[in-house]
Design a protein around this ligand. Structure first.
Ligand SMILES: [Zn+2]
Ligand SMILES: [Zn+2]
Length: 269
């Protein structure tokens, strides 16, 4: 039986003869249903026919994407540690070339995904590499293809070993998480902490496509969750979206700038 994926967000649904009736991820205010095509679907096989793998270094970490770009267009990152390899974030596209390359690099100990927009075909990946998927408990309702490989974690941080720590930041989604890599002095953020064009700041939003901001308290909470961690480099969700230096300082200054921007000075007493 085929599996269908939403063309707009890349989410894969359980096997079915017919496409699902709707994509809850895209009906949510943080995504959208394209005005020109409406809700559109393709099968996993069609995705594989229409695209090919793109595997290349992105600022010193092996990135995995596909060409032409599909859905939201994020790339995944293969993070190595002495506790095993972690795939950070996920993409919908998966083929033999990717499986062989990652296997040659030592396979995967786990997949960890920032938030539901990148759940994609995470279950296909987990089956291909016989590994668990680590998402935050708060977002488990958005895992729309249930599978025993999905292992929600509870609390505010989750130690993966090898200097890798998942940190729940919240904000964009309640369970939005980032990955701190101590030995690389790096923070992998998806779009929980959004790398913006000038690389001197980062951004924070409830909905990026619909331009709905977060309240100041939620952005301050992201800053507080990251305050204990030092990092130079910030890897965002797309190819080349990387802050190369002073990442901790960039986050601190960006939280301050954001809070000033959304706080109405007319309300100050
Ligand atoms: Zn969708
Ligand atoms: Zn998102």
């Amino acid at each position: 039986m085929p599996t269908y994926l939403c063309r707009a967000c890349g989410t894969q649904y359980p096997p079915s003869e017919e496409p699902p009736g709707a994509c809850p991820i895209c009906e949510d205010p943080r995504q959208y249903i394209p005005h020109d095509t409406g809700q559109a679907w393709l099968t996993f096989d069609e995705l594989r026919d229409e695209h090919s793998a793109e595997i290349k270094e992105d600022n010193g970490i092996l990135g995995i994407g596909c060409t032409p770009r599909f859905a939201i267009g994020q790339r995944a990152l293969l993070v190595k540690s002495n506790a095993g390899n972690v795939l950070w974030d996920c993409i919908a596209y998966l083929d033999d070339e990717i499986v062989q390359r990652i296997s040659a690099e030592g396979g995967l100990a786990a997949i960890a995904i920032s938030h539901p927009h990148y759940y994609a075909t995470m279950v296909e990946w987990a089956h291909a590499f016989a590994c668990p998927i680590l998402i935050h408990e708060s977002d488990r309702k958005w895992a729309l293809r249930p599978d025993p490989a999905i292992r929600p974690w509870h609390g505010e941080t989750h130690d993966l070993g090898g200097g890798l720590t998942l940190i729940r930041c919240g904000g964009h989604y309640d369970g939005s998480q980032v990955l701190h890599c101590r030995d690389r002095s790096a923070l992998l953020t998806g779009d929980t902490v959004h790398v913006i064009p000038d690389r001197r700041y980062v951004g924070f939003m409830y909905s990026y496509p619909n331009v709905i901001p977060l309240p100041a308290s939620k952005v301050q909470a992201i800053g507080a969750a990251l305050e204990p961690y030092a990092f130079e480099t910030i890897y965002g969700a797309w190819w080349g979206s990387v802050v190369e230096r002073d990442g901790s300082g960039v986050v601190r200054r960006s939280v301050d700038r954001y809070v000033r921007a959304v706080t109405d000075p007319g309300l100050a007493s």
